[in-house]
Design a protein around this ligand. Structure first.
Ligand code: SF4
Ligand code: SF4
Length: 123
């Protein structure tokens, strides 16, 4: 017993030191979504196939669409990514999504933004 205890002092910990040490998520990890408005054709296949109604596509003008994600509903299944015929949606490795204000989990990707730009709806 004592031998086990002393031996474990010098072993590498079996657990991650998160949040002190950031996790390196695997390449195919399904985290927060990214939207590329310039690729979107407004077909709404993503909306149709989303199991939790977490995504809404709004037409703003001819060939201009915005995506609204409700991160409090999203289960990060990436079904919308698979359903999109134009690769306008992409999962990221972003995992730290907790917010104290539920309204901040409603994320709008406006037309004209790049895939990285997001706007949080603070209303
Ligand atoms: S990842 Fe899944 S739950 Fe989230 S918006 Fe896409 S289809 Fe809906
Ligand atoms: S499935 Fe893709 S192209 Fe169609 S509305 Fe959704 S994001 Fe746009």
């Amino acid at each position: 017993m004592l031998k086990e205890v002393l031996g474990s002092i010098f072993k590498k910990p079996a657990t991650n030191l998160y949040p002190a040490q950031k996790l390196d998520m695997p390449d195919k990890f399904r985290g927060k979504l990214k939207f590329y408005p310039e690729r979107c054709i407004g077909c709404k296949m993503c909306m149709r196939d989303c199991p939790t109604n977490a995504i809404t596509i709004n037409k703003l003008a001819e060939n201009k669409f915005e995506a609204v994600f409700d991160l409090s509903r999203c289960i990060y299944c990436a079904q919308c990514v698979d359903s999109c015929p134009k690769k306008a949606l992409e999962p990221t490795k972003e995992v730290e999504l907790a917010e104290l204000d539920k309204n901040k989990l409603r994320v709008i990707f406006k037309a004209g933004d790049t895939g990285n730009s997001i706007t949080k709806n603070d209303k």
